[in-house]
Design a protein around this ligand. Structure first.
Ligand code: C2O
Ligand code: CU
Length: 540
């Protein structure tokens, strides 16, 4: 294994999209940011210089960082933010991940433009568990606001209302042909007929899962979140914010009738940006070479409708882990020591000033088990390790505070109001955990992509409606569950995950929809390390 060194300079840079130029935060001047390449087992040391006006931290999403929470990145959870003029070196320790993971800013709204891909190849001498692709493409899905994102954030936080919707989704930073002043820049994938390509897709968008499809072609998923899956072929994919999907695309069409041009299209699931569906479809072009074009217009693929929960769950829960003689589902508990049931809800809180822009004059909030997480004032990792009395409690409830019919149409009004607190969940090293995320229809039902730092987990079950602890576990998949770090909780439904708490540290757990995270849909898992103090595992 190797150590790779990188330098990230975070700085403002002018970018023009949708006919308007603004200054964005970018790494080394790039948007999307640089792609990092490594092999399983390597370490990357990334020195981040903050040359911007605001604080920054970087998180290595999907990198488990064994015994190395120090470099995980979320502000006030494992570090204080890097201030303007300062720098910080991260040690990014790749262990079992293989495939595609990514990195992004983990403070405020900075990740809107500060993000990039990490490609993790198999170790030397080992190969992909699928035929070697002719070529690979990194596909970063994102989102663009014409306005400064800090203004968007500030307005929402001050008014207590919803965030202004973005103006476009993007594919490798480009909205595509259906947007003004964009079509010259539309991302193009040049392909040769008969060849197979590996698409490494990252959803770095802030607001929504995205359906993705390529006209006249099918996609075969072979990996997700830095782990391989059994090949699964579909006309479309759904990628939630925080998820990655590795997919094979074979250029198997006869290019003549269409001029060899096909749209790759991405559109939001579960979240409507505008009333005009066509205006919200981001596109790239798959162009057969040589000789594509010829005056032809690319064909648009059909995409599931934005509220098609069945299409969403059909895709997400068809994924199976690729477990065989060489690859074992390490740490998959057949039995658990503890089950944590967590409601994931959107809520309303009473307004402090007279007029709030939330529903009925309240301000919007979000919660796990009716607690809206409040950021601590000193970072939890440091407080925990130095045994300083941090301003956090360890009383995160392992059950919702009330039992109610979580997914019924009308919910009791008093449940809307949550408690703001910094409560974390602490567990002993080696505990076998089951976490059931229970969606609710408070304010509105939505799919929440729940993400855990420091781990991947096995997705063992899911369903619509309320989790039934007697009936539902009978249907669990304990044979070949996928190994994920982000899972979409179905709208008005639940999902169950299992993992063994074998990575000591202070690990963030949150919804990867940025507005929900900001509203408090987050908590922290502290995994203890027995009686002895932690040893720093990595040298910087
Ligand atoms: Cu990509 Cu805390 O997440
Ligand atoms: Cu959410």
């Amino acid at each position: 294994s190797k150590t790779h060194r990188h330098v990230f300079v975070v700085e403002d840079a002018p970018y023009t999209r949708l006919c308007k130029t603004k200054s964005i935060l970018a790494v080394n001047g790039q948007f999307p940011g640089p792609t990092l390449y490594a092999r399983r087992g390597d370490t990357m040391k990334v020195k981040v210089h903050n040359r911007a006006k605001d604080n920054i931290t970087i998180h290595w999403h999907g990198v488990k960082q064994p015994r190395n929470p120090w470099s995980d990145g979320p502000e006030y959870i494992t570090q204080c933010p890097i201030q303007p003029g300062d720098s910080f070196t991260y040690a990014v320790v790749l262990s079992t991940e293989e495939g595609t993971v990514w990195w992004h800013a983990h403070n405020d709204f900075a990740r809107a433009t500060v993000h990039g891909t990490i490609v993790v190849y198999p170790p030397r001498g080992s190969r992909y568990p699928f035929p070697r692709p002719f070529k690979e493409f990194v596909i970063v899905l994102g989102e663009w606001w014409v306005e400064d994102v800090n203004v968007v954030l500030k307005r929402a936080v001050e008014s207590g209302g919803d965030f202004n919707k973005s103006d476009a989704y993007t594919i490798n930073g480009q909205p595509g042909d259906f947007f003004p002043c964009s079509s010259n820049e539309t991302f193009r994938l040049a392909v040769e007929r008969g060849k197979t390509y590996l698409l490494r897709v990252v959803n770095a968008a802030m607001s929504a899962g995205l359906f993705l499809s390529v006209a006249h072609h099918r996609l075969t998923v072979v990996g997700s979140d830095g782990a391989y899956t059994k090949p699964y072929t579909s006309d479309y994919a759904l990628v939630f914010p925080g998820e990655t999907m590795d997919m094979l695309l074979t250029a198997d069409q006869n290019p003549n009738p269409t001029g060899g041009l096909y749209y790759m299209a991405a559109r939001a699931f579960d979240f409507l940006n505008t009333s005009n569906i066509d205006n919200i479809t981001a596109t790239a072009v798959v162009a057969y070479l040589p000789g594509s074009g010829g005056g032809g217009r690319p064909l648009l693929p059909p995409l599931p409708y934005y509220n098609d929960s069945n299409a969403a769950t059909r895709f997400s829960f068809s994924l199976r882990g690729l477990w065989d003689k060489e690859r074992r589902p390490v740490g998959l508990p057949n039995m658990f020591d503890e089950r944590i049931v967590m409601t994931v809800s959107i809520n309303e809180l009473p307004c402090r000033h007279s007029s709030c822009a939330g529903p009925n004059g309240t301000r919007l909030a979000a919660s796990l088990n009716n607690i809206s997480f409040a950021n601590p004032s000193i970072n939890i990792l440091e407080a925990y390790c130095r045994c300083v009395r941090g301003d956090y409690g360890v009383n995160f409830p392992t059950m919702p505070p009330y039992y109610f019919n979580f997914t019924a149409d009308d919910q009791p009004q008093n449940l809307l109001w949550t408690r703001r607190a910094t409560e974390v969940k602490a567990v002993e090293y080696g505990r076998k955990l089951e976490v059931v995320f229970q969606g609710t229809s408070l304010v509105q039902g939505e799919s929440h992509p729940m993400h855990l730092h420091g781990y991947s987990f096995y997705v063992v079950g899911w369903g619509f409606g309320n989790f039934d602890k007697w009936r539902d576990p009978l249907g669990y998949n304990l044979k070949d569950p996928p190994f994920k770090n982000t899972v979409g909780v179905p709208r008005n439904g639940w999902v169950a995950i299992r993992f063994t708490a074998n990575n000591p540290g202070v690990w963030y757990l949150h919804c990867h929809l940025e507005r929900h995270l900001i509203w408090g849909m987050d908590t922290v898992l502290i995994v203890k390390d027995g009686p002895s103090p932690w040893v720093q595992f990595v040298s910087y």
